[in-house]
Write a protein that binds this ligand. Structure first.
Ligand SMILES: [Mn+2]
Length: 424
């Protein structure tokens, strides 16, 4: 940190409506460094100083705790080893100038926690005024992502174990959904089965809002209404993953509601599956997310030409981005505590090379809107995405989501194979 200081906000309880609130989830960076789940806490880190770590938390308050839950209090978080010293959060304004004095820069989550920004700016102003007394004010603010992005990008063994567990539970839920699916069920029933699996396994729930879209709904990338009745003859696309110790799985599967692919569905599915398998194979040390995406685009574009969904030359289709009519998103993103995890994709305009400990998704898809009258009629209303979670290892890719079927014959065998799901 080159003489810098770090200030992070733990996040606040968010209102759902009127006076009810969402369950609290701490800020990912804050939790990464402190492991503390406390609304309204602030963490200050100053390497090389004594002490290096300071927490500001809500004080113990017997009456408030009866209403809104237990608090650890300053002494409690120090006893747990979350920081070397701790104060009542009401003392932040008073203590912060002393903690930031002489720091070269202050790393903060720019634009993400206004209250922290205001506290840091007031402290800096105060230190500038005290310059005559020899106090030195930080001269710049730096986005914390510059510091923690590259740090969180490389998963250590503990992070890998948490991610592995998140993907494992997510995988079980996807297989439950497949077994439970049949015509006339509603999308929300499938979502409910998955939520139940998540919670029964001890997860806090989905790491992002589950997408459960049958038929044409699958062509809406972020469809989350999950309210339609499933039709035999349609495909069902499910993009869902659960959270475990702040890490989330992110898996997508697409399969026929009645357990049998039609001819056109099969053709489009095979194309996406081949792109998924080829891209996973490329998740090796030294490759890059941008390189994998370029190759995936070329593969899908050639397939769209072969199937008559696009016309012209492959080079033109890629050059003019005509493939975007059916493939409008990227092939990969980093995966971790945030589903679209922090970490740079390019540094100084050079692609970040994959390295051991990187976790990413591979998620090619094709989406032909029902109203796309230029597409051959057989393909209209088909949306397909196949997404796996991949860990880059020294000796090649490890597919964390390997247990979830994706071959056509495997899917046709599992879909609709159970009348009820049991949660042992
Ligand atoms: Mn994804």
């Amino acid at each position: 940190m080159n003489g810098g200081a770090l200030v992070l906000h733990g996040g606040s309880v968010q209102t759902r409506s009127n006076d009810t609130e969402f369950r609290f989830r701490p800020d990912s960076d804050f939790y990464y460094l402190t492991g503390l789940v406390e609304p309204g806490a602030v963490f200050v880190f100053r390497p090389g100083h004594d002490p290096e770590s300071t927490l500001f938390v809500r004080p113990r308050d017997a009456e408030a705790e009866v209403w809104s839950g237990r608090r650890k209090g300053p002494q409690g978080v120090v006893d747990e080893g979350r920081a070397e010293q701790a104060f009542d959060v009401a003392q932040l304004k008073q203590e912060l100038p002393r903690l930031l004095e002489g720091a070269s820069t202050v790393y903060i989550p720019l634009g993400r926690a206004r209250s922290v920004e205001r506290s840091v700016l007031s402290a800096v102003q105060l230190l500038r005024r005290r310059n005559r007394d020899g106090q030195r004010a930080p001269e710049s603010l730096t986005h914390v992502e510059a510091l923690l992005g590259p740090e969180r990008l490389v998963k250590d063994e503990a992070a890998i174990e948490d991610l592995r567990r998140a993907v494992e539970i997510s995988s079980l839920a996807h297989m439950d959904a497949m077994r439970f699916c049949r015509p006339d069920r509603f999308e929300y029933e499938i979502e409910a089965i998955m939520d139940c699996r998540f919670r029964m396994a001890g997860s806090t729930g989905p790491g992002y809002t589950s997408i459960v879209g049958g038929g044409d709904n699958a062509t809406i990338l972020h469809y989350v209404e999950n309210s339609s009745r499933l039709q035999g003859g349609d495909l069902l696309l499910i993009d869902a993953g659960c959270e475990w110790e702040q890490f989330t799985g992110d898996i997508t599967r697409t399969f026929p509601v009645n357990g049998t692919f039609s001819g056109a569905q099969r053709e489009l599915y095979q194309l996406v599956l081949a792109a998924n398998v080829a891209a996973i194979e490329q998740c090796r040390v030294g490759a890059s997310i941008n390189g994998i995406h370029r190759d995936c685009v070329a593969r899908l574009a050639q397939g769209l030409l072969d199937l008559g969904l696009l016309q012209g030359s492959l080079d033109e289709i890629i050059e003019n981005k005509q493939y975007r009519r059916y493939y409008m998103h990227r092939t990969s993103h980093w995966l971790g505590a945030d589903v679209h995890d922090v970490g740079p994709y390019t540094v100084d305009q050079v692609d970040v090379p994959l390295a051991p400990g990187h976790a990413l998704t591979i998620e090619p898809g094709l989406y032909v809107a029902a109203g796309d009258t230029e597409a051959p009629a057989a393909f209209r209303g088909i949306g397909i995405r196949i997404e796996d979670d991949v860990l880059v290892r020294e000796d090649g890719p490890e597919v964390l989501s390997h247990a979830v079927p994706k071959a056509i014959d495997e899917l046709e065998a599992i879909v609709g194979s159970a009348d009820a799901i049991t949660f042992g």
